[in-house]
Design a binder for this molecule. Structure first.
Ligand SMILES: C[S@@+](CC[C@H](N)C(=O)[O-])C[C@H]1O[C@@H](n2cnc3c(N)ncnc32)[C@H](O)[C@@H]1O
Length: 395
């Protein structure tokens, strides 16, 4: 690919999504965009570029942008953030929102749904404490295609073997031919909506918890700063922000401060592990970072509803094998995969005039795949997810 053609496409993608493509990713552009060109009956990328240079076709530009997204995700990614959510953030929400009995969670780069469904599983496990509560989990992403996968709740054997405790697989998933489908109750707990993080966030409303994990790494510093500043405006004063393991606000934005003792978690106003208002529900670790005090929903070290299993069992079913309830094993850690060679940050490119970021569009309702019969809820938590907000259709 000629350098100026690469620059043309890289600028288009960055202006529309914030994703930065460095010159050494030219091979990636070619391999991901060839199918887009072929789909339109073109022989190669040259034709695609000539067409785009002559007339900016928004649908084609969207397709190109989507093709360049990296959608890597897995259930309970990195484990610890979800442990902290279950043991500290959620108990704190139950305490600080005890009067209004509601909260809202935003997964700002939801990808194929593993992150919002991991949160949904934590909430479902805490159904007893959440009885009478209303909550929303909003999963947004720039990619329509990946959101359709998220809405379907269908995952391969490989995908359910990455991070998902085997008890959760047995409890919340059903085998659908060679795939696994998360049950309809959990699917119904998440509302998906196409949303570009470069766009105005006001219409999304205010959130108590935001997961914005493993997306800012693909943006340049300036874009990260703008997104974080806008996100801060959509959060309650004591709201908490989750970033990915390789991401930080430090040196990028003053809108958030790290919450001491909770790695990867940031807040506008709360700097302490107690997460502010009210007495701490989980005390600061005495010395070792792994030593949070026992949360209130743990009874004598044994989990009750909402608590994690004492031992995270190994998930080693053979391909195609149906796990049996009660199977346990050694502690399993999700394999942290090497990220697909993809986009890497580089200094900001000057936006080209006339190339607006991709606008947000309305959500499309999800449909379970034809022929599937989602089984009823595995658990009967009385908490009611909030009704969808205008413009956000429930799956
Ligand atoms: C690597 S995945 C992260 C998924 C999940 N948060 C996790 O940590 O496992 C990054 C996601 O960000 C989405 N993305 C990239 N640019 C975006 C933008 N400007 N607005 C919204 N989503 C974007 C991609 O489509 C992709 O699904």
């Amino acid at each position: 690919m000629k350098p100026d053609d690469f620059q043309f496409l890289a600028t288009l993608v960055k202006d529309r999504s914030g994703l930065v493509l460095s010159q050494d990713k030219a091979y990636l552009l070619e391999s991901r965009l060839m199918p887009v060109a072929r789909k339109r009956g073109m022989k190669g990328l040259e034709e695609l570029i000539v067409l785009l240079r002559a007339r900016m076709d928004a649908a084609l530009a969207d397709e190109i942008t989507e093709a360049m997204t990296t959608n890597e995700s897995f259930f309970f990614r990195d484990i610890k953030p979800f442990d902290i959510f279950r043991d500290t953030v959620l108990p704190n929400l139950l305490k600080t929102r005890a009067t209004k009995k509601s909260f809202r969670i935003w997964c700002a780069a939801a990808s194929s749904g593993q992150e919002p469904y991991s949160i949904a599983m934590v909430l479902q496990e805490a159904a007893a404490q959440l009885a009478g509560w209303r909550y929303e989990i909003i999963g947004t992403d720039i990619s329509t295609e990946i959101l359709n996968k998220a809405k379907s709740g269908l995952y391969s054997q490989f995908e359910v073997q990455r991070g998902l405790p085997v008890q959760h697989l047995v409890k919340y998933f059903k085998k659908r031919e060679d795939l696994w489908q998360i049950d309809s109750t959990l699917r119904g707990m998440v509302q998906y909506k196409e949303f570009n993080l470069l766009n105005d966030m006001k219409a999304l409303g205010t959130f108590d918890v935001v997961f914005c994990r493993n997306v800012l790494i693909y943006f340049d510093q300036q874009t990260k700063g703008v997104v974080l500043a806008n996100m801060a405006k959509q959060m309650t004063d004591d709201g908490v922000l989750y970033l990915g393991g390789a991401e930080t606000v430090l040196g990028i934005s003053d809108a958030f401060k790290p919450v001491q003792g909770l790695r990867g978690i940031y807040s506008r106003t709360v700097t302490d592990v107690s997460l502010g208002a009210g007495a701490p529900v989980a005390a600061k670790p005495a010395a070792a970072p792994s030593g949070f005090a026992k949360p209130k929903h743990m009874v004598e070290g044994r989990p009750v509803a909402g608590a994690k299993p004492a031992v995270r069992p190994a998930l080693t079913p053979r391909p195609g094998a149906v796990p049996r309830p009660g199977v346990t094993g050694a502690t399993a850690r999700p394999v942290t995969p090497t990220a697909r060679p993809g986009v890497t940050p580089r200094p900001a490119a000057t936006p080209r005039p006339g190339l607006a970021p991709r606008p947000a569009t309305g959500a499309t309702p999800s449909r379970p795949p034809a022929g599937t019969t989602p089984r009823p809820a595995g658990s009967t938590g009385a908490a009611r997810p909030l009704p969808p907000r205008p413009g956000i259709k429930k799956p």
